[in-house]
Design a protein around this ligand. Structure first.
Ligand SMILES: [Zn+2]
Length: 303
């Protein structure tokens, strides 16, 4: 039987089954899971994913894209990093988070391999010279080092996240922060999107903290999202998704004439609904409910 070593805590992983052509492995020590296949997902597969690109026109304002994990990270950065600090968003899509940080007077940059999204962000958000499709490894060859490197909903898509994260850590100044968000593997309901080829890894909060320690970092923030609203929203969304699609996103939306206005309304009202449901979410959290996000921030040790 094939054996894998956990990329978060170095324990031996157990083979627990198959999903299509993928072998499914789990680390019982930290709750990390991975799907492995000889047919590795390519970055160009994401470039052609029209479902992600639909978001560009559906949510044209940068504020529309800010989700729970982005907001938590923005609050942290504003509190801990002096204005003018240099930031890098890896997997920046059209650069909406970069734009937000620039508006808050940070010296913000981003990289992504989706050239369509990058062009949109350069044209619409005025990010020429700030976002590009350069590989992270290329940035290392330059002298620029960053106060913050963010990866929002990136690592769960990668076949091998370890070398990417090691490059990200090398890009940090001593004392700089690595910010990572990923779906919480301890989620109370697992959407069909949380499978290959869309997601190749699953992380528990313990796994993310172990990963930070393995990278030589000091974990300083570990937050889990508990949102009844997002559970309902994603569960409803599945009813409108194709189940037979080969989309990287796990099923493109059908009935767009109905779905698009609903998605817009749900997205624009989310902060109000979060605050209304906050007491209920807190109670559910105490009872063990988790959905769907988590945020881990770790500091590079040194002065
Ligand atoms: Zn592990």
């Amino acid at each position: 039987m094939t054996q894998l070593v956990c990329a978060c805590c170095a324990a031996t992983m157990q083979a627990i089954g198959n999903f299509g052509q993928y072998g499914h492995f789990r680390c019982d020590s930290c709750g990390y899971e991975v799907f492995k296949s000889s047919n590795v997902t390519q970055s160009t597969d994401y470039e052609g994913d029209c479902d992600y690109l639909d978001d560009l026109e559906l949510f044209p304002a940068t504020g529309d894209r800010i989700q729970w994990h982005h907001q938590r990270a923005l609050d942290f950065i504003a509190e801990r990093v002096p204005a003018g600090g240099m930031t890098l968003d890896v997997g920046c899509f059209d650069g909406f988070f970069v734009r937000h940080l620039c508006d808050r007077l940070f010296d913000a940059y981003g990289v992504d391999f989706n050239r369509t999204a990058l062009k949109w962000g350069i044209d619409r958000f005025g990010l020429n010279g700030r976002i590009s499709n350069r590989p992270v490894a290329d940035l290392l060859a330059e002298d620029r080092r960053f106060d913050v490197v963010t990866l929002f909903e990136v690592i769960e898509h990668l076949d091998d996240f370890d070398p990417v994260l090691r490059d990200c850590v090398a890009l940090l100044k001593p004392g700089g922060y690595l910010v990572i968000s990923a779906p919480n593997n301890e989620m109370s309901w697992r959407p069909p999107l949380d499978f290959p080829p869309h997601h190749l890894s699953r992380f528990s909060p313990v796994a993310l903290r172990n990963m930070a320690l393995r990278l030589g970092l000091d974990p300083v923030v570990s937050k889990e999202q508990c949102s009844l609203f997002d559970l309902v929203r994603n569960y409803t969304g599945v009813l409108f998704r194709r189940s037979d699609s080969a989309s990287m996103r796990g099923g493109e939306f059908r009935n767009r004439g109905i779905v698009d206005p609903l998605r817009r309304i749900a997205n624009r009202s989310k902060w109000v609904v979060y605050s209304v449901l906050w007491p209920i979410d807190k109670l559910l959290q105490a009872a063990g409910f988790r959905y769907i996000g988590q945020l881990m921030i770790a500091r590079k040790i040194g002065r």
